[in-house]
Design a protein around this ligand. Structure first.
Ligand code: 5CA
Length: 440
């Protein structure tokens, strides 16, 4: 990508309304633009990252055996009246009336709508288990939208829903999603910690939140110190294996959100439980027949008995994750994208665009990298050298290749590792060797 062709509206000043690093950096690097309170437009750099995060999440959902669908943002109020949640959901739900005076709502979540799809088509245990998921915008009229995409009113969520014939098999589905979540956060370069959680308006008897540790996080959590360094799963998972022992390993550590923490047991904290803060990036729920009973989503079991299906729901905050990745990966100069998420691997910076020799070296490097399947952003604009370097640090690609008149003279070019800040002077052929030896 040529930077001269890329819409990257950088802000020079720190925006006054932003309090935390991710919000400041997302605005400064032109990733998002607020449209109204808690509602954002996603500009090209933000959209690339959001799509990457969504793709990693969707791929793992499919690996785990679930099916992707797409349900609408607008839902009929009738279904929510059936489940009994239409009144319960309160002011967070955006209610809309159409021209025929029918009540609609902008979905804050999709348990009802997916149950309606299920009950239309599935009648027998033979068609189970089934997990359906989609990535779709949600609306919750949050009392205090804040921290940019962290707590938005409109936000992108991946939500999955499992259907099983009995309690035991529904726990197998829950475990699959639990492990899929550990995998997908890892594939985004993040360390998420599963914690016992409250079920809130979704309901149910079993629930875990997935938390990224961060000082600026909104969730207060209590956990065993050793859990933070626990490596957990390595490599790929066979989702058809018995996953209970792996889940048990994670849940053997004490970790709970504020609502679930048992303060009484830990008054004279002698047992390495720490209080910390984190960002909730995922939340899974097992709620059995809570929705299937009132909504008559029944199946015949193997004894010919017609019973309400057992369900769970599983959410990942995709737009919140963009902020969470930045909270976990930045310094005072800007973002430092982990290799799993970075929009491009290399950033070529031409310190003197218009200079024949600088232009030639840069465009040769650019062609070489593109030919060899590396992703690359080339700053070919006419900005000042200082502004270009600051912009490169701000948008945080893993490697910068800096070409300027001094380098041309000595025939060496700076290769800078954005994360460590280390810079090496390499000749053209040494640079090519580096590209070939490096699997980013
Ligand atoms: N139906 C269930 C699971 S599919 C559900 O809605 N769960 S949730 O309410 O916990 O939301 C799932 C995830 O969405 C949360 O873990 C969080 O990462 C994200 N999320 C929730 N509210 C917001 C918000 N206001 N802004 C950004 N992300 C949010």
């Amino acid at each position: 990508m040529l930077l001269s062709n890329f819409f990257l509206p950088i802000l020079k000043e720190n925006p006054k309304e932003a309090e935390i690093a991710s919000h400041i950096l997302m605005l400064r690097s032109g990733m998002i633009q607020q449209s109204s309170s808690g509602i954002y437009s996603w500009l090209p750099l933000g959209k690339i990252i959001l799509d990457k995060i969504t793709a990693i999440c969707n791929t793992e959902m499919i690996n785990a055996g679930s099916n992707e669908i797409l349900m609408p943002t607008l839902q009929s109020a009738e279904l929510w009246k059936e489940s009994g949640r239409y009144e319960d959901y309160g002011k967070e739900m955006l209610r809309i009336v159409d021209r025929n005076q029918r009540d609609l709502l902008y979905g804050p979540t999709n348990e009802e709508l997916v149950t309606e799809i299920f009950r239309t088509h599935i009648k027998s245990y033979k068609e189970l288990p089934l997990i359906l998921f989609h990535s779709q915008w949600k609306f919750r009229d949050e009392l205090r939208p804040r921290f940019g995409v962290m707590r938005g009113r409109e936000f992108l969520m991946k939500d999955a829903y499992s259907f099983d014939v009995d309690y035991v098999s529904s726990i197998i589905s829950y475990n699959k999603m639990f492990i899929a979540y550990m995998q997908l956060f890892k594939k985004m370069g993040l360390k998420a910690i599963p914690m016992k959680a409250d079920t809130g308006p979704i309901g149910g008897d079993l629930s875990h939140e997935f938390i990224i540790m961060a000082e600026t996080g909104e969730s207060e959590v209590y956990l065993e110190k050793d859990f933070i360094n626990f490596e957990g799963l390595s490599g790929n998972v066979n989702y058809n294996d018995n996953l209970q022992p792996i889940v048990d390993k994670y849940t053997s550590f004490y970790a709970a959100t504020e609502e679930k923490h048992n303060h009484e047991n830990f008054t004279n904290n002698d047992n390495h439980i720490i209080k910390a803060r984190g960002i909730e990036v995922g939340h899974i729920f097992h709620f059995g027949q809570k929705y299937s009973t009132p909504m008559n989503a029944n199946v015949n079991n193997d004894k010919g008995k017609n019973i309400p299906v057992y369900m769970g729901s599983y959410g990942v905050g995709l737009s919140r994750l963009v902020g969470a990745v930045i909270e976990a990966n930045h310094d005072k100069s800007g973002i430092i994208w982990p290799k799993e998420i970075t929009p491009w691997d290399y950033n070529i910076i031409n310190l003197k665009s218009g200079d024949d020799q600088c232009d030639k070296i840069c465009s040769d490097l650019y062609s070489y990298l593109r030919k060899n399947c590396n992703t690359v952003l080339y700053d070919d604009t006419n900005d000042r050298a200082g502004a270009k370097l600051a912009k490169a640090d701000l948008i945080g690609l893993p490697y910068q290749i800096i070409v300027g008149p001094n380098g041309i003279k000595d025939q060496v070019y700076d290769l800078k590792n954005r994360k460590s800040g280390e810079t090496h002077k390499l000749s053209y052929s040494e640079l090519l060797n580096f590209f070939n030896s490096k699997s980013i």
